[in-house]
Design a protein around this ligand. Structure first.
Ligand code: ADP
Ligand code: MG
Ligand code: MG
Length: 485
């Protein structure tokens, strides 16, 4: 499908690209470079020149369903026994998940954290699927009319800034091209405001004007604009709220609990802990970083996410939820369960049983049908194509196989557009691309009391149709927006 708006001559297109790059640089659509790291220098984040097509109805449907997904994740996070049963085999072979679960277990054995209120900033990622288009085309008379969930993120769900900033960039490009009417087709995107309002709401619930919001960050933050604009927006919305940034190693050296279990970092009392780190093993250099994660978990600070929310976002939990009958443990309405089931692909566990054996054989025989995933976040951890076959052959008889899940591959529609990258490798020819939509969701709750549950904006990432993964932070994808078509 190529619904790309027509462009002027080659020379004018080149000029437009240069102007759009400068616009991105001057408006913070930027990141730090992984190649030549100089903390004082930013470069624009890769972007797609013009908005990519996405069916309006499917976009709206994805937004609507988000509040149900929020509830589903919240209830899963509340259900210690479900998390325990689901992750039981994995923790035996995957040290990282074991360490996370160990914290969850300790907290549970202590009767829960001192803080019962949780803040969930979730992002459900999805792709349109052309393989289900044939039957659905007949049903709904539309091409590409179904989408499938890639995953749901419960920790460090980024792009609350870069999502809406990409909409502004595209408005600029469309204005330059004289496409004034088309600007109205870009859906409103208030991700940054809503996410920051939710953090301030959590700060208010904590109830101490002096307390700060702690961003737990990486040792080096490449996606710095995305994080800092959250901080600036918080200050803009409420000048009384201070944000501090610390990595886990710094926290290990300074964080402590006072006699009321308040979290103290340096001389600050922390009201809300917002993790933009802590989701991969490399972020915990020693046992000290793990110890401080436990300390934070025990504290009175409101966590985003809690350790249970973190675990509820694992690929294994996603696979368990996709099994027949499992969502009805969390959602009582049959119609809602059916709607949620519809957005899941088939997911297969690789346990040592007949189903696991069958999944391994399927993966070896037909690897191109699948994506193979470990229990990791942050992109570039999955296996594709023949790597799946070779890997499964090598782990087939090893206990480690249970740490992975096999997922049906989604085949998004291909569209054409220009991918603009800071390394100058711009092809002035449009390229074949595919997109992944992320829908943000906010849930603030205390057990069964839900204080806030809303859909909160979106982000779109687009990658080369030939690329396996498309994370912008990992350098493979590009920021994009969608017009309703
Ligand atoms: P992570 O938590 O590391 O982001 P994901 O499950 O989102 O892990 O996988 C990373 C990327 O791999 C996705 O952004 C997408 O580009 C690709 N991917 C993952 N699952 C699928 C799938 N089922 N079909 C097609 N592509 C997929
Ligand atoms: Mg993820
Ligand atoms: Mg992802």
């Amino acid at each position: 499908m190529n619904t790309m708006l027509s462009l002027p001559s080659k020379k004018e297109t080149e000029e437009l690209i240069e102007k759009a790059k400068d616009w991105a640089l001057m408006h913070g659509v930027c990141m730090r470079s992984k190649q030549k790291l100089n903390k004082n220098v930013l470069q624009f984040a890769p972007f797609i020149l013009m908005p990519s097509p996405f069916p309006k109805k499917e976009f709206e449907n994805a937004c609507q369903i988000q509040i149900v997904l929020n509830i589903l994740i919240h209830r899963v996070a509340q259900d210690y026994n479900f998390l325990k049963e689901t992750l039981e085999e994995i923790v035996k072979v995957d040290n990282f998940t074991e360490k996370l679960f160990e914290i969850c277990k300790i907290i549970n054995s202590e009767g829960g954290s001192a803080q019962k209120v949780s803040l969930g900033i979730l992002r459900s990622d999805l792709m349109l699927d052309t393989t289900c288009s044939q039957k659905d085309m007949i049903k709904k008379c539309l091409p590409y009319c179904c989408w499938k969930q890639v995953e749901i993120n419960t920790i460090a769900s980024g792009f609350g800034w870069l999502g809406p900033a990409s909409t502004e960039l595209h408005k600029f490009v469309l204005r330059e091209l004289g496409y004034h009417k088309e600007i109205k087709n870009l859906p409103e995107n208030n991700a940054l405001q809503i996410i920051c309002t939710s953090m301030i709401k959590a700060w208010k619930i904590y109830g101490n004007e002096q307390a700060v919001i702690l961003f737990v960050v990486e040792d080096v933050t490449y996606n710095i604009c995305d994080q800092r604009f959250h901080e600036f927006e918080i200050r803009k919305q409420n000048p009384n709220v201070r944000v501090i940034r610390r990595n886990l190693t710094q926290l290990a050296a300074t964080a402590k609990l006072d006699s009321n279990k308040e979290l103290i970092v340096d001389n600050y009392i922390v009201s809300v802990v917002y993790y933009r780190s802590g989701y991969e093993p490399g972020q915990y250099h020693t046992q000290k970083e793990w110890d401080v994660r436990l300390l934070i978990e025990r504290s009175l600070a409101i966590k985003c996410p809690t350790i249970q929310y973190h675990l509820a976002g694992t690929k294994k939990v996603q696979q368990a939820l996709a099994k027949p009958g499992v969502i009805s443990r969390f959602l009582k309405n049959e119609k809602t369960c059916a709607e949620i089931k519809e957005i899941f692909t088939e997911l297969y566990a690789l346990d040592f049983d007949e189903h696991g054996d069958a999944a391994i054989e399927m993966g070896i025989t037909d690897p191109h049908r699948f994506v193979l995933k470990p229990q990791r976040e942050g992109g570039c951890n999955n296996k594709y194509g023949l790597d799946i076959k070779h890997f499964l052959e090598s782990v087939k008889n090893k206990k480690d196989r249970v740490a992975w899940i096999l997922m049906d591959k989604i085949h998004p529609p291909i569209h054409k557009n220009y991918m603009i990258r800071p390394d100058n490798s711009i092809s002035i020819e449009p390229q074949e691309l595919v997109s992944e939509l992320g829908i943000f969701g906010i849930i603030i709750a205390n057990g069964n009391d839900i204080y806030v549950n809303k859909q909160s904006g979106h982000m779109l990432r687009t990658k080369l149709a030939t690329a396996n993964e498309g994370g912008v932070a990992t350098g493979l994808g590009a920021c994009d927006t969608l017009p309703d078509v």
